[in-house]
Write a protein of this length. Structure first.
Length: 254
């Protein structure tokens, strides 16, 4: 598809342009780590100075070709501000309404279909306390049954199930990772895949599992949340990821 520039820094607010750049960066970074799904899935950003508006990708855009100028702005009615703009995925429009509409602190979210997360979401046990990222993510994560027909009733159920969770695993389907920043949404998505991948490898050995004691899990979660040395929101890694993009594919910011 044509990813020609249609928005420039001069045609929108500074806050919106920054959100566009960070959104395009998130798409590119996810793609570099093998976490894209061709043109499917979604990453979206709230417009900081227009909190009832958000930015999504044109349907058909591959994640590795994301650019700030190509992102599509949609309004509180989940419709594009420009009615003559590119085709959008209606599933992404629904997610923006449900997530941004119910979680005012959320500025970015990632919806992916990584094989590892789909696999773990397809067993009744779900995510097990087998490794460090599972501990960090365990108390942030909820589960929802997959439904193909996303009607109003499902939307209400989605919002209710999301509650205060930062991650939802959609059974047999994928996941939704929320963040107050692009870095945080990426961090949660990245380590969700890591812990699911590790769980699959652990279970494949067919040996007795050494689960982390629930009391230790609770203590470790508390220690992680209070630690001054570990930032479980992606801010430690984000600057390096942006340096990588600036060197290898700086056109994301155009």
């Amino acid at each position: 598809m044509n990813i020609a520039a249609n928005v420039t820094p001069a045609s929108c607010s500074k806050a919106e342009w920054q959100a566009r750049v960070e959104l395009a960066a998130t798409f590119r970074i996810l793609a570099r780590y093998g976490m894209s799904d061709l043109a499917n899935g979604a990453v979206a950003a709230r417009v900081p100075d227009q909190p009832d508006h958000c930015l999504v990708h044109p349907y058909g855009m591959f994640w590795e070709e994301a650019a700030a100028s190509a992102m599509i702005k949609i309004g509180p009615d989940s419709l594009p501000v420009d009615p003559d703009g590119p085709w959008l995925n209606d599933g992404v429009q629904n997610l923006c309404q449900w997530i941004f509409g119910s979680r005012p602190e959320t500025m970015f979210f990632v919806h992916g279909h990584e094989e590892e997360v789909m696999a773990v979401g397809s067993i009744e046990d779900g995510l097990l306390p087998l490794n460090q990222p599972a501990i960090y993510l365990g108390n942030l994560t909820g589960y929802i049954e997959y439904e193909f027909d996303e009607d109003d009733a499902f939307g209400e159920h989605f919002v209710e199930t999301l509650g205060r969770h930062q991650i939802l695993i959609s059974r047999n389907h994928g996941y939704y990772a929320l963040g107050t920043t692009a870095a945080e949404a990426f961090f949660r998505a990245y380590f969700l895949r890591q812990t699911c991948s590790t769980q699959i490898k652990t279970l494949s050995m067919g040996r007795e599992l050494h689960l982390i004691d629930p009391q230790k899990v609770a203590r470790y979660q508390d220690q992680m949340a209070k630690s001054e040395h570990y930032n479980y929101d992606g801010r430690t890694e984000w600057a390096g990821l942006i340096r990588m993009l600036d060197k290898q594919s700086p056109d994301y910011a155009q």
